[in-house]
Write a new protein. Structure first.
Length: 239
């Protein structure tokens, strides 16, 4: 499946971009939020990671998404790893979404990496089969969220009043925490008010709302059922 996103910023000097995606992948969504926020033209092609096509295996060194194909008059290059793709898109479409201060920028990069650890811990939580193991992994997620809460500015965005690359990186995680709340009633942000406010601000942004396929919450619910972990028992009836 492929779709082209309209743009007002694309110029002849900018390369043609094609993002290879899996509909449920939060790491792909990180890149899409940046592309959407900056109104960059790009194509997006969805694949089934359970049965990836041969052409994808040939271009993805890790066999994972996202992969960004960058097509210029000189040929096609391939980028992988979500943080790298975010940085590249940001660099070719000024002004930058990174803070100007070098130290703050470096700290943001470190916390973006930390966000990947939270996503990994969340997967462990929702896939744990036994209640005790699920509770242990839930506590690990909340411990990480508490660390993130302490680092957050307390403003609308991570650093304060301005939307930065780190906000795009965390939007997918916060969206999935919101899905968990909708689907199970489990509010993992109940003890982190700064993160709860941040989530409400980010999830209201058009660039975040339009960064996923329609009905993603239903796909997430189906994934929870398929994982058949303890969290699947918490799913509320849906219309």
């Amino acid at each position: 499946m492929s779709s082209t996103m309209p743009s007002t910023m694309q110029t002849n000097a900018q390369p043609k971009l094609e993002l290879i995606s899996f509909k449920l992948c939060p790491f792909v969504q990180r890149a899409v939020v940046v592309l959407k926020h900056k109104n960059v033209d790009f194509d997006i092609t969805y694949i089934d990671l359970n049965e990836p096509p041969e052409w994808f295996k040939a271009i993805s060194p890790l066999g994972q998404v996202p992969v960004l194909k960058v097509m210029t008059s000189a040929g096609t290059e391939v980028l992988f790893e979500s943080a790298v793709i975010q940085e590249y898109v940001d660099e070719i479409t000024p002004p930058s979404l990174h803070p100007a201060d070098a130290l703050i920028k470096a700290k943001n990069r470190a916390w973006i990496s930390f966000g990947g650890e939270i996503l990994g811990a969340m997967h462990g939580m929702i896939s744990a089969k036994e209640e005790a193991a699920c509770n242990d992994k839930r506590a690990a997620v909340q411990q990480r969220l508490a660390r993130l809460e302490a680092a957050h500015s307390g403003g609308d965005y991570f650093n304060g009043a301005d939307f930065n690359l780190i906000d795009a990186a965390y939007a997918p995680m916060l969206m999935r925490l919101d899905f968990i709340k909708q689907l199970t009633g489990e509010d993992l942000l109940a003890d982190t008010p700064k993160l709860a406010h941040w989530s409400s601000v980010l999830l209201a942004l058009p660039s975040v709302q339009n960064s996923v396929v329609e009905g993603l919450v239903n796909l997430y619910a189906m994934m929870l059922k398929k994982l058949d972990g303890h969290f699947a028992c918490k799913l509320k009836p849906r219309d």
